[in-house]
Design a protein around this ligand. Structure first.
Ligand SMILES: *[C@@H]1O[C@H](CO)[C@@H](O)[C@H](O)[C@H]1NC(C)=O
Ligand SMILES: *[C@@H]1O[C@H](CO)[C@@H](O)[C@H](O)[C@H]1NC(C)=O
Ligand SMILES: *[C@@H]1O[C@H](CO)[C@@H](O)[C@H](O)[C@H]1NC(C)=O
Ligand SMILES: *[C@@H]1O[C@H](CO)[C@@H](O)[C@H](O)[C@H]1NC(C)=O
Ligand SMILES: *[C@@H]1O[C@H](CO)[C@@H](O)[C@H](O)[C@H]1NC(C)=O
Ligand SMILES: *[C@@H]1O[C@H](CO)[C@@H](O)[C@H](O)[C@H]1NC(C)=O
Ligand SMILES: *[C@@H]1O[C@H](CO)[C@@H](O)[C@H](O)[C@H]1NC(C)=O
Ligand SMILES: *[C@@H]1O[C@H](CO)[C@@H](O)[C@H](O)[C@H]1NC(C)=O
Ligand SMILES: *[C@@H]1O[C@H](CO)[C@@H](O)[C@H](O)[C@H]1NC(C)=O
Ligand SMILES: *[C@@H]1O[C@H](CO)[C@@H](O)[C@H](O)[C@H]1NC(C)=O
Ligand SMILES: *[C@@H]1O[C@H](CO)[C@@H](O)[C@H](O)[C@H]1NC(C)=O
Ligand SMILES: *[C@@H]1O[C@H](CO)[C@@H](O)[C@H](O)[C@H]1NC(C)=O
Length: 823
């Protein structure tokens, strides 16, 4: 081998080396797919090539089988007479198992053959993983197209995808994959797309397997300017690194005019195409003593190599290590006799390729494995879930978002949305292998089992939505300790989107009694007296305001119950529930530390000097109703508040309402939907009248109490007034209604400033809530819905003031519209 001056292209010679490399005469590593073949007809041995073809049905999930019509004058071999066509989806992919790092010859065959009787020849793109390989244009190549590439897969899985680019339906007839010898056909970069592969002969025979052990397709080629040479002796070239078949080498072309060069000319698609040429030369004539054959090779004006003098039994395998450009789109390869040579140049065979770059990196392999395991586990069959999950970006799988750094960095999966996908079973552990996942939405499925610990270990995870499932068990503490936004109807998980004080969540924990005394400055400022004890003002870390409820030792609570309930309450998060920040249980000292609510409670507000407008009142009861709805249907097991009353509806500095003191009575189910109570619960006037007969409280008992609150809000009258016609507020309103005296029901402080439809609707709703029969009462979802309607009517009247829409923005209902967004 010699490098010439100005040589831009280095040709290499592989002389025949006698080695005992075994010839791969079997079809080892071959994959021969007859696309569209019925599984029951598979496998079969194709009589011409002796190759064993199998059905493609195990390698692709989509597409349908078709059969081509007879094309006059063309005799397709069997694999090309049936096809698979893809009426659905944009991208349809074959997935093949390959050896990573092995160079493969990949061939795809396409015949249309009017299989659909529509006579519309398709045109579409062919992809290898996330990168385009070629466009298949059967409008131009009406009798069929063949795409061939030599490619080293980057992973153990090779995706070959047909991508619809217009209106026509992609089709494929066969896929053929053959491993090549390690170290052969290695371009400087990219992969090798075959332009042609010819052997120089006047015969008509195509050479492929089994003569070519790699099943390369050698077509005969000859032009009149040439003279045919046939081997004048036995050519034994079996042991050459490129495994060139003997029949390719036993003939050669030489210029008919011995003074002329041997010229081969071809076209490429664009002037920028980079060309690799592989020339195969061996002497097949017995030269006399006075004869010499010596020639140079040129490719365009800038590239030349030589001289070479081919010898018998020696294969000259000449190719360029660096790619060359042609002159425009036309390439000229010349073999030029040197002046001293007595014989013209000779050429036995030639392969020409252009290089294709596959710059887009495939998605992170671990992410791909994980998402496919998730897909399998949940039995998902989404038409877009084929090929690479993240790339190309326009074919991103439904429900995913990915991170794209640059083309050479594998994309990562950032979010997975499997909401409303009818998936069942547990939250599968494969999810944890999506190590960059930030958002996980599994809402509105039928998932069962517990919330797994591993979610807490996923470092990137910020938002989890588990609402609308049938999950059970207890929430791992590790998950609660993370500052996650969790939307869940399971054990009242965090409803974070509009959480005003997310920082306070992270501090929920156990405090010592000394800390409690420190935070309240030795119980300096009393906020009030609540159920089971006094409430004091305090600070955590000197900044966050809290309300500290120190339980009196005589409290009805047993120590065990306190612990269990605290455990539960620490897990309850909702914008409309007063959050428990921490607790203390040190010997006899029990304390609960809550979020501080600057504006007191609803009861005080109604009776105070400031007049609350109808809209303000509606906003407050919508908030409170949502909090209660959350306890009822957002929590499993459900929590019955047991002490809903206007003094338990607290208002923050924005007048947003939060329910307090929930779950302080026994809140754990004994079984079924109702709850046996041994402790007299509730506050007189608010207590469900059915309780006196059944001694049971259900969520409908909360609805009753909430109805009483609504009546207070509407009338601004005491719940019990023994000097009025009817002492209980519900009885009194009913009495007034039967007298048709509506105007006297409404709080006179409102001075008639409200939408009457809205007021009437609220009043009707309140009355259904306080129905003596729990069966007749609505559930809290219905109450929330109706109250929102009242707000809408009132907003229409006022033109919808900005501050009045506050509660409607905070959409925390548990319908299908629960979608978290990190703010
Ligand atoms: C191919 O050869 C290279 C070095 O020549 C080696 O590193 C690589 O592992 C080989 N690949 C296979 C698939 O044998
Ligand atoms: C070709 O050469 C190899 C190695 O020298 C030998 O084993 C083989 O028999 C030869 N083939 C023929 C057809 O002569
Ligand atoms: C042979 O080629 C030479 C050089 O290209 C040319 O001068 C000569 O006319 C050719 N002879 C014939 C018979 O074509
Ligand atoms: C080579 O020698 C042979 C006789 O052995 C003769 O016929 C032929 O013309 C010679 N060729 C050349 C190019 O000298
Ligand atoms: C052929 O190669 C020889 C030796 O390298 C060189 O001297 C000569 O210029 C080359 N001729 C052509 C036409 O490239
Ligand atoms: C040949 O080389 C010249 C000068 O370096 C350059 O301008 C021209 O583009 C090259 N032609 C080809 C086909 O590479
Ligand atoms: C792609 O991003 C990686 C990671 O940020 C960086 O190391 C690499 O240099 C980038 N490559 C290119 C081509 O920008
Ligand atoms: C996660 O991936 C690791 C390797 O990256 C594998 O060992 C493990 O089995 C995978 N776990 C699951 C649950 O798929
Ligand atoms: C959810 O799963 C449970 C238990 O497998 C089943 O009884 C119920 O019908 C399922 N619900 C839906 C909506 O699929
Ligand atoms: C703590 O209370 C004492 C009186 O009991 C008072 O003098 C002091 O200012 C209070 N400290 C704070 C930080 O409020
Ligand atoms: C509050 O104080 C505790 C220790 O007393 C500390 O761990 C925590 O990070 C502090 N939080 C803030 C927000 O300063
Ligand atoms: C109780 O009802 C009587 C009779 O309607 C009324 O005069 C009185 O003001 C009410 N008490 C309160 C506290 O509203």
């Amino acid at each position: 081998m010699k490098n010439l001056r100005g040589l831009f292209l280095a040709f290499l010679i592989f002389s025949l080396c006698i080695s005992d490399f075994p010839q791969a005469q079997d079809q080892q590593g071959f994959i021969n797919l007859d696309c569209g073949l019925q599984a029951k007809e598979s496998p079969y041995t194709e009589p011409v090539t002796k190759l064993t073809f199998t059905s493609d049905s195990d390698f692709i999930k989509t597409g349908k089988s078709g059969k081509i019509q007879n094309v006059p004058g063309i005799d397709y071999i069997k694999p090309y007479t049936v096809l698979r066509y893809f009426p659905d989806g944009v991208r349809n992919c074959y997935t093949l198992s390959v050896k990573q790092g092995t160079n493969y010859l990949i061939v795809a065959m396409f015949t249309y053959g009017n299989y659909d009787n529509l006579n519309i020849h398709p045109k579409f793109d062919l992809y290898l993983g996330p990168n385009i390989w070629t466009t298949v244009d059967l409008q131009r190549k009406v009798n069929g197209a063949r795409a061939e590439i030599i490619h080293i897969p980057r992973s153990t899985s090779l995706q070959i995808c047909l991508v619809k680019t217009g209106t026509t339906t992609p089709v494929i007839s066969a896929l053929e994959i053959r491993p090549l010898r390690n170290g052969t056909y290695i371009p400087q970069s990219g992969s090798l797309k075959n332009l042609f592969r010819v052997y120089l002969t006047n015969s008509k025979d195509i050479i492929r397997y089994p003569e070519d052990v790699h099943d390369r397709l050698w077509t005969p080629f000859f032009i009149p300017e040439w003279k045919l040479l046939r081997a004048s002796f036995l050519v034994n070239i079996s042991d050459n690194e490129y495994d060139i078949p003997e029949n390719v080498l036993v003939t050669a072309a030489t210029p008919a005019n011995v003074s002329s060069p041997l010229t081969i000319t071809w076209n490429v698609e664009t002037p920028d195409d980079l060309v690799y040429a592989y020339l195969y030369v061996t002497e097949i004539q017995s030269l006399k003593d006075n004869e010499t054959r010596e020639f140079n090779i040129t490719a365009g004006p800038n590239v030349s190599y030589g001289p070479i003098s081919p010898e018998e039994s020696e294969l000259y395998n000449l190719f360029n290590r660096s790619p060359v450009k042609c002159e425009g789109v036309t390439c000229h390869l010349k073999l030029i006799r040197t002046p001293s040579s007595t014989l013209p140049p000779l050429l036995n065979g030639i392969e020409v390729f252009t290089s294709v770059e596959f710059p887009q990196s495939e998605s992170n392999t671990n992410d791909v494995v994980a998402i496919k395991n998730i897909e399998t586990n949940y039995g998902l069959s989404r038409v877009s879930w084929q090929g690479d999950p993240c790339v190309p970006q326009q074919l991103l799988w439904d429900g995913l978002t990915c991170e794209y750094t640059n083309m050479s960095t594998p994309p990562r999966i950032l979010s997975l949305d499997l909401s409303s996908s009818e998936i069942t079973g547990i939250i599968v552990p494969e999810i944890q292998n999506l190590t960059q996942l930030q958002k996980l939405d599994l809402s509105n499925n039928n998932l069962t089992g517990g919330v797994p610990e591993f979610l807490a270990k996923m470092k990137s995870l910020l938002v989890i939505n588990l609402s609308g499932n049938n999950l059970s068990g207890s929430v791992p503490q590790a998950l609660l300790d993370k500052n996650l936004i969790i939307v869940s109807n399971y054990l009242c998980m965090i409803l974070g989107p509009s959480q005003s004080q997310p920082s306070i969540e992270t501090k929920k924990r156990r405090f010592t009694y000394a800390e409690v005394l420190a935070m309240t400055n030795n119980t300096e400022r009393v906020l009030g007296k609540g159920g089971f004890g006094m409430v004091y003002h305090g600070y955590i870390n000197g900044t966050e305001e809290v309300a500290v409820k120190i339980l009196s030792p005589s409290s009805a609570q047993g120590y065990k119950e306190f612990k269990t309930e605290v455990d539960l309450l620490l897990r309850v998060y909702h914008t409309n529930l007063v959050i428990l920040v921490g607790y203390c249980d040190e010997k006899d000292h029990l304390a609960l530390i809550y979020q501080y609510m600057a504006n007191g409670d609803l009861k005080n507000h109604l009776s105070g000097n400031t007049i609350m407008s109808w809209v303000e009142r509606l906003n407050i009861v919508v908030d409170a109703a949502q909090g209660l709805e959350y306890l009822h249907i957002g929590c499993k097991p459900l929590i019955i508040h047991r002490d809903v009353k206007s003094s338990n509806i607290l208002l923050d500095d924005q007048l947003q309402a939060k329910l307090a003191d929930f779950g302080l009575s026994r809140s754990f189910p004994v079984g079924g939907e109702t709850h046996v109570s041994t402790v007299v619960a509730g506050t007189p006037g608010y207590l469900d009248p059915e309780y006196y007969q059944t001694n049971r409280l259900s969520e409908k008992s909360d609805v009753y109490s909430f109805g009483v609150v609504l009546l207070e809000m509407i009338t601004n009258k005491p719940v019990i007034n023994h000097t009025r016609e009817k002492p209980h507020i519900a009885e009194w309103v009913k009495f007034m209604l039967t007298r048709g005296d509506i105007s006297n029901i409404m709080d006179p402080k409102l001075q008639g400033v409200y939408d009457s439809g809205s007021a009437w609707k609220a009043l009707e709703l309140a009355m259904t809530c306080v129905n003596p029969s729990s069966l007749e009462r609505p559930n809290m979802s219905h109450v929330v819905h109706e109250l929102k309607d009242c707000l809408i009517s009132e907003n229409k009247r006022t033109g919808g003031g900005k501050d009045t829409t506050r509660s409607l923005d905070i959409n925390l209902s548990f319908g299908t519209d629960t979608k978290p967004e990190a703010r």
